[in-house]
Design a protein around this ligand. Structure first.
Ligand code: EAX
Length: 325
């Protein structure tokens, strides 16, 4: 009996001693493939945190929807079966309506404005408010300004959109934008190449990197530089997991993710001119100056819709609008 007790004691001590030296594993979920905006942010985070923690953290990035679509990744992050994700703003909509404010059409004029708001106190407040949904918002990396592509006709004015079947993210505001513009919006999770190829949908909207990395130039003839929404990712951690970490670890992770986000935004922006050139070479017909004023006029009243009736959400939207005036 005594021997058995001693054996168990040694076994328990051994377990704890080895475990305290084992690296803490962090699973990061992204829906897109290597070379994508989300992956570049996640990979940079991996590189920075593994290096800065001397291997105390070990990160594995699960890409290409291997853990499910973005809604499914977020559900797993809530439960802490996945610790982190780099997730496009759209799908957050069903978890917390605060995410709608940044998806508001024509909110930011340019990248500098987006950075100023998202890295400033209002951005911090948005990250803080998703805690009520089980997420620790760490930082904002970016998808970029979204542009419309389609297989039917060049789009210069909202009239050219009438009846187009446009795939949208799982997001009430994105759906509202496209129905207000006269399209027939179809919510669908990523990826969507097959649906575009088979004509289930006529068009989609995304930043330029998507058209390149996913080869949409093969199946979408027309691109309009509508820049209708600045699309962000929330770099998110499981709040459940976050609470198990000590302050030092939290700070280190937060800083590494923020630095990765800043790196990724610059990386994304620095490639856009070449992407446009490539898409032209690949045969896309590009409307570089669509009638933005006409698009804007159509969606100007979206802020008064039910979507923004929650006073917290409306208040945040109005504050941002005021700040970027
Ligand atoms: O980043 O679903 C979307 O349209 C996203 O922008 C997609 O994940 C590409």
């Amino acid at each position: 009996m005594k021997k058995l007790f001693m054996f168990l004691l040694v076994a328990v001590l051994f377990f704890f001693s080895t475990n305290s030296f084992a690296a803490t594993k962090i699973k990061v979920g992204v829906v897109t493939k290597p070379g994508s905006a989300q992956n570049i942010a996640a990979q940079k985070f991996k590189e920075l945190i593994e290096q800065r923690s001397n291997g105390a953290f070990k990160v594995k990035v699960y890409h290409s929807a291997s853990l499910g679509n973005e809604t499914e990744i977020l559900q797993q992050v809530q439960m802490n079966t996945i610790q982190m994700g780099v997730i496009t703003g759209g799908p957050f909509d069903t978890f917390n309506p605060i995410s709608r404010v940044i998806n508001y059409p024509f909110l930011f004029k340019d990248n500098a404005q987006a950075d100023e708001i998202l890295d400033g106190p209002l951005g911090t407040q948005i990250l803080k408010s998703i805690e009520s949904s089980g997420f620790k918002g760490l930082s904002f990396s970016e998808n970029g300004f979204r542009n419309l592509t389609n297989s039917k006709n060049p789009v210069k004015t909202p009239d050219d959109i009438k009846g187009l079947k446009v795939r949208v993210m799982s997001s009430a505001i994105h759906k509202a934008i496209w129905s207000t513009l006269g399209a027939n919006p179809t919510p669908m999770p990523w990826p969507i190449y097959t649906e575009l190829e088979q004509g289930v949908i006529d068009g989609q909207e995304n930043p330029l990197w998507v058209m390149e990395v996913y080869k949409f130039y093969e199946i979408q003839k027309y691109l309009s530089l509508t820049r209708h929404v600045y699309s962000y990712h929330i770099d998110v951690a499981s709040l459940k997991w976050w609470k198990t970490l000590d302050k030092k670890a939290q700070d280190m992770i937060q800083k590494a993710m923020y630095d990765a986000a800043v790196f990724q935004r610059q990386d994304n922006r620095s490639k856009d001119a070449d992407r446009l050139k490539l898409l032209k070479e690949k045969g896309m017909e590009i409307v570089e100056n669509p009638d933005i004023a006409a698009f804007r006029a159509k969606v100007v009243n979206l802020k008064d819709m039910d979507l923004y009736q929650d006073p917290k959400v409306k208040d945040m939207l109005l504050k941002i609008m005021e700040a970027v005036k």
